[in-house]
Every structure is written in C-alpha cells, then in structure tokens.
Design a protein around this ligand. Structure first.
Ligand code: GLC
Length: 624
C-alpha cells in the first residue's frame, strides 16, 4: 500500500511538476507561452476551427447577383449539425483551444445590429439609422447593450461594426454601414465600439478596406490613389483604431491596387500597425481565398472560418522554407494578447438571459430617434390625435416590416412589430377592409416562399388597388398612411431597375392614385420609406403631404414608427448620405460596379467629388 501511495504521489508530483513548468496563458508571459507551443499548435491557433460549413459559392466576374446556395446548404438540420460544433449555436466561427497551455477557444458572432445566433437576440436598428441619429451617447448605449448580450450568450468577439463608406447608393450592404462621410462614420463607429467593449468583449472593424460594393467582392481590384485611400477610405478606420482600440479587424475580400487586402503588408502592417499603433489581431473575411502564407506574412493573423487546406499550406511553407516560423510566433502573440482579454479566458459564466426587455425599449428609442422627416406640408405630422383618426393603412410594408437587411448581418429575433401591430395595439381606428385585404394578401404571398434565413428575407410585391377602392378609402377615412419598402443585403448589389432603385409601376400608381383620391377629399397622405439605402424619389417627391424615412428600424419597428407619427418622439434624424436628384449625379455612377467594361477592376476616378445635384443633401432632416 505504502509503495502504491508513493508511486501515486510521484505521479501526481510529476504531473504537478509538468503543470508547474508548462507555461500557462495568463500566468506566464505570452512569450513563454509562444515558446512552449508546437509548430502544429501555432498553425491551429492561426486558422479557425474549420467548422466544416462548406464554402458557399463565391462570386465571379460579371455575376451581379448573389450565386444561389447549393441545394441543402440552408437545410436547417445540416446547418444546425454543423453549428453544433461551435460552443454557441449559430456562431460564425471559433478559434482553436490548447488546454495544456490554458488557451481556450473563443467565439466569434456576427453583428452588427445584434448577436446573430440560432436562437434569438435583440435586433437593433440598422447602422445607417444609428448614424442618422448623430447621437453618439445613444449609439454607445446600443453598443453596450449588444456587449451585454454577448456576455450573456457566451460570445467573445462581435464581427462588427461594418464601416465601409457608402460610395454608391447601389452597394448591397449600405444598410450595414454608417455613412458616405468618413467623419460621421468614425464618430458613430467609435461610440459603438467603445460601448460594446466597455462590457469586456471585443469588436471587429470591417471590412478593411475599400469594400464598397458586393459585386465580385472577393476578387475585384479596387484601383485608387494613395491620397484618396488614406484621406477618404481609411480615415474612419484610423480614427476608430486610435479612439476606441478595437480588439480585432477583419480584412476585406477585395484587392487594393492589385494586392488582396488580406495579403497586403502595406495595409495591415505598415499603415495599421506601424503608423496607427493597432494592438489587436487581424482576421480574414470568411472563406477569403488567398494564400495563407502571404496572409501571415502581411500581418493577417487568423484565417477564418478556417479550412484544413489552409493548415496544410502553412505546414508545407514552413517545411520548404517559404515561411519563417518567427512570422507565426509574432502573429500568435497578437492573438494571445486578445484571448487574455476575452470573457471566455476570464472564466465569465453566462446564463443566456440578457435583459431583452430593457434592450427592446432601447431598440425602440434608437429607431425612433434615427428616422428622418423628409417632407411635412401643412403640418400633416405629427398625428397628435392618431387614436381618434380613421386611418387607411396601405402598402405591404405597413403589414410586413423589414427590420433589417439580409446576409450575415440579419439577426434572428424573437419577434418583430409591424406598423399595423403598433396602431392596433394603440387602439387606432384602422380601415378594417384594408387591414383584412392586406393581411390576407401578405400571408398568402409569404406562404409561397421559404422561411426567412439569414441569407434570404422573403419579399412581397406591392399590391395594386383600383381607383374606386381608393376613392372609397378616401371617403371613409381621415388620412392615408402608405409604406413602401426595399430589401437589400450581402452578396449582391442593388440594381438600377424598377423595384429597386426606382419605384415599380404598381407602387407609382398606388401612390399617385392614393394622393389623387385623398386630396380630392381635402385629406392628406403620409408616405413611410422602410428602406436600407437611398432610392430615386425625385419623381414622386411632390405627391405625398409628408415623407418619413424609417430605414430598417429593428424588431421594434412599428412601435418606433408610431412614436414618431404621433409626435411622442419628434423626428431628429439627419441623412447620413445624400439622396441624389438623378443616379447620373452620383460621383461614382460611371465607375460602379466596375470600370471600362472590365469586371475585374473598379477605379475610384471620382476622387473627392461632391454630388452635382441632390434632392435631399447629406445632413438633411426636418422636425416638429
Ligand atoms: C461574411 C461577411 C462578413 C461576416 C463574415 C462572417 O462573408 O462579409 O461581414 O462577418 O462573413 O459571417
């Protein structure tokens, strides 16, 4: 017995001894931890854990529409099974754990309007709405609320904010960005990052850099002068790096003057680290296809979500001398420095129960404060007696609100409030025939489409209403409220067609005839715009008596719209980008989404040009 005890004692001592001399992250210096790592461990840490989500089809030149997902790709069982590999279901990726060195796996989730996971989180208003508020204290609170939800849901890094400039109104992800102006973008992004990181979680500025379109985003060569790059397109990133110290940055898919951003030493090391003093780590955008060896050498620390092939390429490069292991050591050190700051490393336990009620109230407040009043003839708004007014509620968008756009930034939410819900909850006198007709139509049309998933938000075409019915509505009601809407999202740019940048014939007729019918009765028409970026309003701007730009207002959309329409929250939003008089007035119009007929390149020839003619200029917004 004694001998067994001794041998066990020696074994435990040895184990303790190994533990004692095996460097531990947080206990020992990072340098010692790096020195103790095997080459394989370094490679594993610098490539995401390869959640074996198959790579979706990547765009090719001349493909202006997002390639369709392979059949079954969105199959919930498949997706769930893959995502089960992650500690947090629905996360976008994870890093590699090395327990013997006390290095945990950390979790990355998308934003930017909330924590995108498979269950649900609060869907805050779109970021271009946040920019419309100009209210950095409010945006700080939104960032903080998202950070609180990250803590509760077990998320370490949020892949947000997206902060590319709105170079052209047709960019599919403008709803996920802030502004066409670099300083407004920086003001709002800084507040967002400081609020989020005040919770001890990390932000990720994206997409670094000059990712101002979705068309062929993973291969297009963006050609621009160094002064334009630095003064306009890097300015907001520079300010946020210096003002808010983001933990991470995501390199963009595109090339910049011939070199992929993720392989761009000038961008990622010379400018970002040596000039700006960035102290975090850089990750690729998901499935960026470039050479992991060149990425590591450029200062792109982590390939996400990671593939086995990327690991093999690094092994080979080390073996044949194309890659110096000292490069990996430096990139590993950057990653460890951030891992040590994460809630996971700090052992924060999470309960999955954020204060959703408080955050819903904040989402409603922010949405209402970011809406922009574009027109208000004869004090049509506010509708101070809204509960007593007989309202003809028209437009599919009044019954099926778009709370956000599509793509990785589409947050799964517990509910959404459309305008009809808010008005009915407030006891408003809605025209029952209109409500019944629209509800039936929307339900039928949505029933013909697949359920929403983050890549695809079902859309319903506007419904025509004949003139006799519009005349009846004008006789039976006191005012008309009509919503027009647009969906947009990642992977494809918007198009210069009816139904996107332009109104459809049905929308044009509905608005024109509704105004004619109600004006004949000396009654008013309010137009709401549930859109994520500017559209062509010049032809219809004179028609309605009031125009309220609601953007994509998050899950509390309808309640926020009610708060502004009723005057409970006077509109305070100011446009974060111009609404152009005509598309031809857009400075980049002749160089979007490519230049000289070559789908492999886009030249930023517009330089610092300001728009020649705007219908509503940057900064415009009325109030009451
Ligand atoms: C996507 C997006 C990026 C997102 C990432 C993870 O391709 O470009 O914004 O954070 O992949 O979903």
């Amino acid at each position: 017995m004694k001998k067994q005890t001794i041998s066990i004692g020696i074994a435990l001592g040895f184990m303790a001894g190994v533990c004692a001399c095996t460097p531990q992250l947080g206990r020992d210096s990072d340098e010692r931890v790096v020195a103790a790592m095997t080459t394989e461990e370094k490679i594993n840490l610098l490539v995401g854990t390869c959640l074996d989500f198959p790579k979706p089809p990547m765009p090719t030149p001349n493909t202006i529409h997002r390639p369709a997902m392979p059949s079954g790709y969105d199959d919930q069982d498949f997706v769930s099974s893959v995502r089960m590999q992650g500690r947090v279901r629905g996360s976008a990726g994870q890093s590699y754990a090395i327990p013997r060195l006390n290095i945990p796996a950390i979790v990355f989730c998308d934003g930017p309007v909330g924590v995108r996971i498979d269950t649900f989180a609060t869907a805050f208003p779109s970021t271009c709405l946040l920019a419309s508020t100009r209210d950095t204290a409010l945006v700080y609170r939104v960032g903080q609320a998202i950070g609180e939800e990250m803590l509760s849901l077990g998320v370490d890094i949020l892949l947000a904010p997206g902060m590319n400039l709105m170079r052209n109104p047709l960019c599919g992800r403008n709803y996920e960005y802030f502004s066409s102006d670099p300083d407004l973008c920086a003001d709002i992004a800084s507040a967002y990052v400081r609020g989020l990181q005040s919770c001890g979680v990390g932000a990720c500025l994206k997409h670094f850099a000059v990712n101002n379109q979705e068309t062929y985003r993973n291969g297009i060569d963006v050609q621009l002068s160094d002064s334009l790059l630095r003064t306009l397109y890097l300015h907001a990133f520079e300010r946020v790096v210096k003002e808010a110290q983001p933990w991470t940055i995501m390199s963009s898919y595109n090339r910049i003057n011939g070199v992929f951003a993720s392989e761009n030493h000038y961008l990622l090391t010379d400018i970002l680290r040596r000039e700006w003093g960035f102290g975090g780590f850089v990750m690729t955008d998901w499935w960026a296809e470039e050479d992991p060896v060149r990425m590591q050498q450029a200062g792109c620390n982590m390939q996400m979500p990671g593939t086995p092939d990327q690991k093999e390429q690094l092994r080979q490069a080390l073996a044949d001398g194309r890659l110096d292991e000292a490069v990996l050591d430096s990139n590993v050190a950057d990653v460890l420095r951030i891992i040590r700051r994460t809630p996971t490393f700090r052992g924060v336990t999470y309960d999955g129960q954020p204060d959703f009620e408080a955050h819903a109230a904040l989402a409603r407040e922010a949405a209402a404060k970011g809406m922009v009043l574009l027109k208000n003839e004869q004090q049509t708004l506010p509708m101070t007696q809204i509960a007593q007014q007989r309202v003809a509620l028209l437009g599919v968008g009044s019954y099926n609100v778009y709370v956000g756009g599509s793509g990785s930034g589409n947050v799964t939410r517990k509910y959404k409030v459309s305008l009809v819900d808010a008005l009915q909850n407030a006891g408003c006198l809605l025209d029952t025939q209109a409500v019944t007709m629209y509800k039936n139509y929307v339900q039928t049309e949505l029933g013909k489409q697949p359920a929403e998933n983050f890549w695809c938000v079902p859309t319903v075409a506007e419904k025509a209403i004949a003139m006799p019915e519009l005349n009846r509505l004008a006789q039976d009601n006191d005012i008309a409220v009509l919503t027009l809407q647009r969906m947009a999202g990642e992977g494809a740019d918007r198009q210069l067609v009816k139904g996107d940048y332009y109104l459809t014939d049905t929308e044009q007729a509905l608005l024109t005839n509704c105004v004619a019918a109600f004006h004949k009765q000396n009654k008013r028409v309010v137009l709401l715009l549930n859109i994520g970026g500017s559209i062509h309003l010049t032809d219809i701007n004179a028609l309605p008596d009031a125009i309220l730009l609601t953007w994509l207002p998050g899950q509390e959309a309808g309640n926020a719209m009610l708060d502004v329409l009723s005057g409970k929250q006077p509109p305070m939003g100011k446009l974060p980008m111009p609404f152009y008089y005509a598309y031809e007035d857009v400075p980049s119009a002749t160089n979007f989404p490519w230049s000289d007929g070559d789908a492999n390149k886009v030249c930023y020839r517009e330089g610092f040009a300001q728009p020649a003619r705007t219908l509503y200029p940057f900064g415009y917004g009325l109030t009451y």
